[in-house]
Design a protein around this ligand. Structure first.
Ligand SMILES: [Zn+2]
Length: 269
């Protein structure tokens, strides 16, 4: 478990550093607020989220996985021995990813869940730290869903580590304020969610933000009919964030972010 945490942290810090350098060197869009005004709030969310997750599930998902394995609980702990271990790991990574796709979609469609997820979308700019800006309530609900999947499927520890590391790295990658050269974007986006594609999801226009829910591969959006390959607006200038939460310093602080779901005004969505 210690090795898994060290691996997660190393990959997280490496991807974060590369993305932060790239977006400082050649940003795709200009931010209204400066880094300090946004980053303190955004980075605090990852720390608070990690503390909440540890308090809610001290054993972590890996502990849940080893409990399910020792009890013979879950689909792959019952039939898994009939399948090659590598296949079980691949299937479990894919299933966890499709569950996260649907979780994300649910957070956009159920009004009370949207209140919570809206804090992520209220960031007035999208950069790699936006990929860490999730309300602790969303982190807690997501952890419950993940734990249920681990128990029901009997997800092996290796599949959890691969999935969690990948999810984290992809979130840092696809929120980065960079733009791949057109040719690369076209090639990469046949499989992976690029920054340009994910920015469409951060548009103020619902017709766009209610699409491109995937964090990693573009397959789920294509399969479940929520894929937007091109928006009709310019990627460098279209409006990002939430209209009712303007790009002001007061809306970007730690307390303001934590309080946002409770300030919610109905918006007919
Ligand atoms: Zn979203």
């Amino acid at each position: 478990m210690d090795n898994a945490s060290a691996l997660r942290l190393t990959i997280f810090l490496s991807v974060f550093a590369v993305m932060a350098l790239l977006e400082a060197y050649k940003p795709a869009r200009k931010a209204v607020l400066n880094r300090k005004q946004r980053w303190v709030g955004n980075l605090s969310m990852v720390v608070i989220g990690a503390v909440v997750a540890r308090l809610l599930l001290p054993a972590t998902l890996l502990g849940v996985s080893s409990w399910a394995a020792s009890e013979g609980f879950g689909l792959f702990n019952s039939i898994g021995s009939a399948l090659p271990f590598a296949l079980v790991v691949i299937l479990c990574v894919l299933i966890q990813d499709v569950v996260i796709y649907w979780q994300h979609r649910l957070f956009h469609t159920v009004p009370i869940l949207w209140r919570v997820h809206k804090m992520h979308h209220a960031d007035s700019h999208v950069d790699t730290t936006t990929g860490l800006r999730f309300h602790p309530i969303e982190i807690a609900l997501s952890l419950c869903i993940k734990a249920a999947v681990v128990v029901l499927l009997g997800v092996p520890a290796l599949a959890i580590v691969i999935f969690e590391v990948a999810l984290n790295a992809f979130s840092l990658f696809n929120h980065a304020n960079i733009r791949l050269p057109k040719k690369w974007d076209k090639r990469v986006s046949t499989i992976l969610v690029t920054q340009r594609l994910h920015r469409i999801h951060h548009s103020q226009a619902k017709q766009y933000s209610n699409t491109n829910y995937g964090f990693s591969v573009t397959w789920w959006d294509k399969l479940f009919n929520s894929f937007t390959s091109q928006s009709r607006v310019d990627d460098a200038t279209f409006e990002i964030g939430q209209k009712d939460i303007p790009a002001e310093k007061e809306n970007a602080g730690v307390l303001a972010l934590l309080k946002q779901p409770f300030n919610h005004k109905p918006e007919g969505q």
